[in-house]
Design a protein around this ligand. Sequence first.
Ligand code: TGC
Ligand code: FAD
Length: 397
Amino acid sequence: PATFDWKDPLQASNLFTDEEMSIAETAESYCQERMLPRVLDAYRNEDYDKKILEEMGELGLLGATIQGYDCAGVSSVASGLITRAVERVDSGYRSGMSVQSSLVMGGIEEFGTEELKQKFLPQLAKGKVLGCFGLTEPNHGSDPGSMETIAKPHPTKKGYYSLSGAKTWITNSPIADLLLVWAKLQETGKIRGFLIERSQCPPGTLETPPLKHKNGLRASITGMIQMDGCPVPEANLFPGVEGLRGPFSCLNSARYGIAWGTMGALEDCIDRARTYALDRKQFKNNPLAKYQLVQKKLSDAATDASYGILAATQVGRLKDEGKAAPEMISMIKRQNCDRALVNARVLQEIFGGNAVSDEYHIGRHVANLFVTQTYEGQSDIHALILGRAITGIQAFC
Ligand code: TGC
Ligand code: FAD
């Protein structure tokens, strides 16, 4: 019989395989039982517990779409379901995972030599080695093509490059063992990808100070990467890729993941707002849920969440067939981040003054979702990517 389930209004689960459902259940149990109890302290104290990546590694949740190298080799939809489960708890925890899985492991898988894959992927998959991805600079965020970080042959160490420059707003940088940094090769002016191993850097050549006192994403750790003649062996240069195609190819997977993750955060907001609206009584002992304006807020949010999940599922299926154009990913990244943020802000109203208490969790999601709308291409930048594809005219500059 046809039934309506407010948690899955358009029966997206009908589109998932048994294997995908079982992976989602594993991820959800871990996130609800092990992550959720830690999130309030982590957020209050800006204290990211890096053991989380190790625990995820034990469950096979890191770099999960990669075939081989001790990775699980699951579908893009399954990886989306993992991301949704993590971000249902907190966008910052999803951020830590996205950087490790999509940006660093994904980059090595796509562009690294076989030697680099063998050396790093299994350890990254276990969460024993932590990675970060340095593209943004203090003067160049939306326009990374203008970056100033330079790589040139090392003046004294033969077979090494020397990297100098600064990256900022880098997730995981203060705790990263392996830093994937994008820099311009001085000789050609072309952007190339370099893997910096922290343990190999002499004192004073690499600093990664944290950026504290954030007002969102506080459960994740963010910092700078400051390089001053930092030595990187030639073997740690991605050989076959130059220009922005390198970092943007990694970003395609991470942006796809954010489209799923933000729907998890929105679903948590819906769940909590619905429970609150049913419990809280105002005016003649009526639950807030009885009032039409409150019902509309829940209806709008549930509609956007279910549309967002269907769109992400479709793009995931296309991705596995090699048919997901970057513009499709821009569309779902932008739409899902924007709708999650708008709806979360409206649902927050249902909690009245209690929304201000972090124990109701909704304020944390709202603050986090602003960040998701900003990183990996701010929403207006994705609108311009789509506008360029629609009109054929470049509007960035
Ligand atoms: P444009 O001329 O558009 O392209 C330059 C070259 O790049 C290629 N390309 C892509 N390749 C693969 N996938 C994509 N999505 C690609 N987009 C572009 C393109 O084909 C071209 O290749 P080639 O071989 O012809 O040179 O470059 P542009 O400089 O005009 O770019 C403009 C714009 C706005 C599209 C781009 O700069 C942009 O997307 N800006 C947003 C920056 C951004 O997303 N930064 C993310 C930093 S990392 C991060 O935020 C991680 S947060 C992690 C977390 O905590 O979760
Ligand atoms: P700007 O580029 O200065 O943009 C500011 C505003 O102007 C935006 O609204 C933008 O849309 C708008 N704008 C800019 N250009 C145009 C234009 N041509 N037309 C119309 N509007 C325009 N980066 C990494 O490399 N690695 C990471 O791990 C990482 N993690 C992050 C974690 C956090 C918590 C945060 C906050 C950021 C992180 N970032 C990371 C950086 C992030 O990708 C950038 O903040 C983002 O790309 C925007 O760049 P910006 O902050 O310099 O803003």
